[in-house]
Design a protein around this ligand. Structure first.
Ligand code: KG4
Ligand code: ZN
Length: 381
């Protein structure tokens, strides 16, 4: 069969991205334009600004992805685009552009679920290394700024189907990193900053506790004897606990000083962040990270055991976290359970994962209708 070149487009949150992938396994180009510095002064993503930035970036980002791949618009076989979940206005920029390209070039359009994209970031790199078949059942933890979801995946007719067996009841894990960083005057996005600073603190210094949220499925449709056990997460409590610690330990003045000092630096370096943190802050950050990582790891392995899982995939922005990766790898080798992550650049939002997730649909001729629309709350099943 002839090679298939898929152009992927991603614009669900604060990254405008485009990539060209050959046969779902070889990255010919992957361009990611991050809006971090636009949103930094606000301590989080501002939806209206995100749409405006996507509008400015989409044409040059797609053009660069085509050029970097050494191809032209004419010799692309299909256009894949994220259709949800995400910010509606942001999604619509990618979708409208993908539709226009599909119409003008007369190439098929494929709509991709962003969460399935994160899962395909792992599969894409496994295939790149010649590893074409993973053992089912597969458990995938998708952990990002918007999601903390456990999916049990099975393969049916070469396509994957997913069952949500646990998710966060409130904040996503990445959201907790972002909110805690903001609270401590460390800016946005919190994950990469906390990841770097945590190495310099004592993770045992502050004790945080999590509720054990393992229970039988309460869905009335699943009330049979072997109803599966669910594992849910909750990360809004730890943010409140950090806030309480800050108040009790009179850390406010130091935090405001740090916030002002960082505001005066256009693009702070890791050393500048470190210089602006005292030991108490570093210990707090390290303890916060250790608690979140341990909670994610222990609940995921609990679900893996309950469901006799053969392979574990960990993906999404928070999967870039060094302590999370090390802890998952250690527990995986103790338990004899293979754990796979994407490389760091493919952990956070990108379009290579979108083009890779589209490949099985391309082969199946599963194309989107011209009225494809953004679905902010799209589920994965
Ligand atoms: O997957 P992603 O790029 O976008 C969403 O789909 O949400 O994930 C972004 C999230 C942010 O909350 C960010 O703080 C977090 O991932 N993140 C990290 C790290 N890098 C990004 N969290 C912890 N450690 C990191 N190294
Ligand atoms: Zn994402």
């Amino acid at each position: 069969m002839a090679d298939a070149f898929i152009l992927g487009i991603e614009s669900s949150c604060d990254e405008t991205a485009a990539a060209v992938i050959r046969n779902g396994e070889q990255i010919l180009s992957s361009v990611v334009f991050s809006q971090i510095f636009t949103h930094m002064p606000y301590g989080g993503v501002v939806p209206e600004l995100a749409s405006r930035e996507h509008l400015k970036a989409i044409v040059p980002v797609v053009r660069k992805a085509i050029e970097d791949a050494g191809r032209s618009y004419d010799n692309i076989d299909a256009i894949a685009v994220t259709r949800g979940p995400g910010l509606t206005g942001a999604l619509l920029v990618g979708i409208s552009y993908a539709k226009a390209l599909s119409f003008a070039l007369d190439k098929p359009l494929i709509g991709v679920n962003h969460l399935e994209g994160h899962i395909h970031a792992v599969l894409l790199e496994l295939r790149q290394h010649g590893h074409h078949q993973v053992q089912f059942p597969v458990l995938a933890l998708v952990v990002s700024g918007g999601h903390t979801h456990l999916y049990l995946a099975e393969e049916k007719d070469a396509a994957w189907t997913y069952r949500d067996i646990g998710h966060t009841r409130d904040d996503a894990a990445g959201e907790a990193f972002d909110k805690v960083a903001k609270l401590l005057g460390l800016g946005y996005p919190g994950g990469p900053i906390i990841d770097r600073l945590a190495k310099h603190g004592d993770p045992q210094a502050v004790k945080f506790s999590f509720a054990q949220m393992k229970h039988r499925d309460r869905n009335p449709k699943n009330q049979h004897a072997d109803a599966e056990s669910r594992v849910d997460f909750s990360y809004s409590g730890i943010k409140t606990a950090v806030l309480r610690y800050v108040e009790l330990n009179n850390m406010r003045a130091a935090i405001e000083e740090r916030r002002a000092a960082l505001k005066a630096i256009a693009k702070p370096t890791p050393d500048e962040y470190l210089r602006l943190c005292d030991k108490q802050t570093l210990d707090l950050v390290a303890s916060f990270q250790r608690s979140v990582v341990n909670d994610l790891v222990s609940k995921t392995f609990h679900a893996a055991t309950e469901n006799n899982v053969s392979t574990l995939l960990v993906t999404g922005g928070v999967a870039a976290n060094a302590e999370l990766r090390e802890t998952f790898e250690r527990r995986g080798s103790e338990k004899g359970l293979p754990v796979y992550f994407p490389s760091r650049p493919l952990s956070t939002d990108n379009a290579a994962m979108i083009a890779a997730a589209a490949y099985p649909r391309f082969l199946a001729g599963d194309f989107a209708a011209p009225d494809l629309n953004a679905e902010a709350n799209l589920r994965l099943r």
